[in-house]
Design a protein around this ligand. Structure first.
Ligand code: GLU
Length: 327
C-alpha cells in the first residue's frame, strides 16, 4: 500500500474518479422495499475521512439514503461490546456465503445456520444478542452506538421503516427458522422490528465515511475524538467485512479493491483503510449483487489510483533487520 499519500494525490484521485464514474449509467435502485424505489437515482457523492479527521469530499455528499445493510457492521460492533469475540463466533459464525443475502437455502445448508453477521439471518441474530430489558432499550443501544460512530444524531426514516415492516415476511421467516434451530437469542418479532429500524437510519456520504473512519482509527472517532469501539475487536470486524461485506461479489472485490467494505441496498458503500481513512460512496442504483454500481466502480478506481489494495504490497523484503540483513 502506498506510504506516500498527499492531499494533492487524494484530491486529484477524487476529482478524476468522480468525473469518470459519474458518466456510468448502469444499475437499478432497489424496489423490493417499496420506499427505496422512490430515491433519486442521480445522487452520487464520495467522501474520505482520514484518521486525523480531515475530510475530502465531492458530489452529493449531503444527500441521505437509508443505511440498510451497512448498519449490520455497527450492530456487530454493539454486540461485541456486550459479548466477547468467541461468543459471537459461536453464536453467529464467520462462514462466507455464495448465496444471496437473504437466502433461506443458505440458512438451511450452513452448519451453524446463522452463517455470518452480514447476511440477513446472521444479522438479525446478531441484533438478537444486543442487550436491553425492552425493545426500546435494545434499539436505544443500537441507535446510540451508530450515533457515536457518526458523531451526530442520525434520523430514522419512518416511511422506510414502515414500508419495510409491511413487506418483511421473508426476514420474519428467517428469524423463526433460526429460532427453530436454537440460533435466535431474543424475541423474534421485537428483534426483527429493531433490525428493520436500524436499516431505516438515514445517512449521507459524510456520515458513512466518518463511521468507517472510526474503524480505520483504532476505534476512536477522528472527528469527535471520542472512543466508540474497542481496538482489540477491530481485526475481527474488518476480516468479517472482507469475507462478506459486498455479498457474493466479496471474492472478486478482494482481488480488485482489496480493502474491508460493506454495502447496503440503499446505495451506500463504505470501505476501511486501516491506519489511513474511511471512504464512503452514496449512489442508489445497484448491480446484480445488490451493491451500488457506481460505488463499486468508484472503489475500484480509487484503490488503483491511490494504491489501496492490501494484497498489492510491494515485493520488497520486509524481513530485514537494522543492518539490512534478512532475518
Ligand atoms: N433491510 C434490508 C433487508 O433486510 C437490508 C438488505 C441489504 O441492505 O442488504 O432486506
Amino acid at each position: 500500500m502506498s506510504k506516500s499519500l498527499t492531499p494533492e494525490k487524494i484530491n486529484d484521485a477524487l476529482n478524476k474518479v468522480y468525473d469518470k464514474v459519474k458518466k456510468k449509467k448502469t444499475g437499478k435502485v432497489a424496489s423490493y422495499i417499496p420506499e427505496l424505489a422512490k430515491v433519486d437515482p442521480k445522487i452520487y457523492g464520495i467522501v474520505i475521512v482520514t484518521c486525523c479527521g480531515k475530510v475530502y469530499k465531492i458530489g452529493d455528499f449531503k444527500k441521505t439514503v437509508a443505511i440498510e445493510s451497512i448498519a449490520k457492521v455497527f450492530t456487530l460492533c454493539m454486540a461485541l461490546q456486550h459479548h466477547n469475540k468467541d461468543h459471537i463466533i459461536d453464536k453467529i459464525g464467520t462462514q462466507t456465503s455464495f448465496l444471496p443475502f437473504n437466502s433461506v437455502l443458505a440458512l438451511r445448508l450452513s452448519d451453524n445456520h446463522t452463517i455470518n453477521p452480514f447476511v440477513n439471518a446472521g444479522a438479525i441474530a446478531t441484533a438478537s444478542l444486543v442487550k436491553g430489558k425492552t425493545k426500546k432499550s435494545v434499539w436505544k443501544n443500537i441507535h446510540d452506538n451508530m450515533n457515536n460512530f457518526a458523531g451526530k444524531k442520525l434520523k430514522v426514516s419512518e416511511k422506510t421503516y414502515k414500508s419495510e415492516m409491511k413487506t418483511n415476511e421473508h426476514n420474519v421467516a428467517l428469524a423463526y427458522l433460526l429460532k427453530s434451530y436454537g440460533k435466535f437469542y431474543n424475541d423474534v418479532e421485537d428483534t426483527v422490528d429493531v433490525y428493520t429500524r436500524q436499516g431505516s437510519v438515514m445517512v449521507n456520504a459524510l456520515d458513512l465515511a466518518t463511521m468507517a473512519s472510526c474503524l480505520a482509527n483504532d476505534g476512536v472517532n477522528p472527528r469527535t475524538n471520542k472512543r466508540v469501539f474497542k481496538k482489540k475487536y477491530i481485526p475481527f470486524v474488518l476480516s468479517t467485512m472482507l469475507g462478506g461485506g459486498v455479498y457474493e461479489y466479496s471474492g472478486r472485490w478482494m482481488n480488485e479493491v482489496g480493502i474491508p467494505a460493506k454495502s447496503g441496498v440503499g446505495g451506500g458503500l463504505i470501505g476501511v483503510v486501516p491506519g489511513k481513512f474511511g471512504i464512503a460512496v452514496v449512489s442508489p442504483p445497484l448491480d446484480k449483487h445488490g451493491n451500488s454500481s457506481k460505488g463499486v466502480a468508484t472503489f475500484r478506481e480509487l484503490s488503483r489510483r491511490l494504491d489501496l489494495n492490501m494484497f498489492h504490497e510491494k515485493a520488497e523484503c520486509q524481513m530485514k533487520n537494522k543492518n539490512r540483513k534478512c532475518i
